[in-house]
Write a protein that binds this ligand. Structure first.
Ligand code: FEO
Length: 174
């Protein structure tokens, strides 16, 4: 069973992950303006990954006898000035999520809730990857984006992202 403080904090993280889902879907829609189908593909799959994060939290809370009441999501921004700005905003957002996860770990440890701290370790590692992915794309845009045809190459790289796993069952079959 979860301490009330831990449960409330984990339920809030479901909101954070669902907002991430919504934000990346909005960024995917902006690809229409940019004429970048690869950006759309990348962001839609990122959104599905965020949905899988929300489901992981929901399943953990349920497994510990807790309950999630879903809140209304804030509307994400509607437009960005460029693909580079989209990924800079994505990186900023992931840095925010990293601090949310770190705060959750701090709460778990302060409550001596080692099971939850152990559950959160997966997210600690995931956030390293999430920030690195966004930074790598920003670097790629800086390197190639201003060359003739550069954004076409960037978009082709974004299109090569493997499809996300089923968000309701994100663990690949053995
Ligand atoms: Fe669920 Fe991108 O962190």
């Amino acid at each position: 069973m979860l301490a009330k403080k831990m449960e409330t904090a984990l339920v809030h993280q479901v909101y954070e992950e669902m907002y991430s889902f919504y934000l990346y879907l909005a960024m995917a829609e902006h690809s229409v303006v940019e004429g970048m189908p690869g950006l759309r593909h990348w962001m839609q799959n990122q959104a599905l990954e965020e949905l899988s994060h929300a489901v992981k939290f929901m399943n953990y809370i349920a497994g510990k006898g807790g309950k999630v009441e879903l809140k209304a999501l804030q509307a994400p921004p509607k437009s960005w000035k460029s693909a580079k700005i989209i990924f800079e905003e994505a990186l900023k957002h992931e840095q925010h999520i990293t601090s949310c996860i770190n705060n959750l770990v701090d709460t778990a440890l302060s409550l001596k809730d080692h099971a939850t701290a152990n559950f959160l370790n997966w997210f600690v590692a995931e956030q390293v990857e999430e920030e690195a992915n966004a930074q790598a794309i920003i670097d790629m845009i800086k390197l190639t984006g201003s060359a003739p045809g550069g954004m076409f190459i960037v978009d082709r790289e974004l299109a090569a992202r493997p499809a996300a796993l089923n968000p309701l069952n994100p663990t690949p079959a053995a």
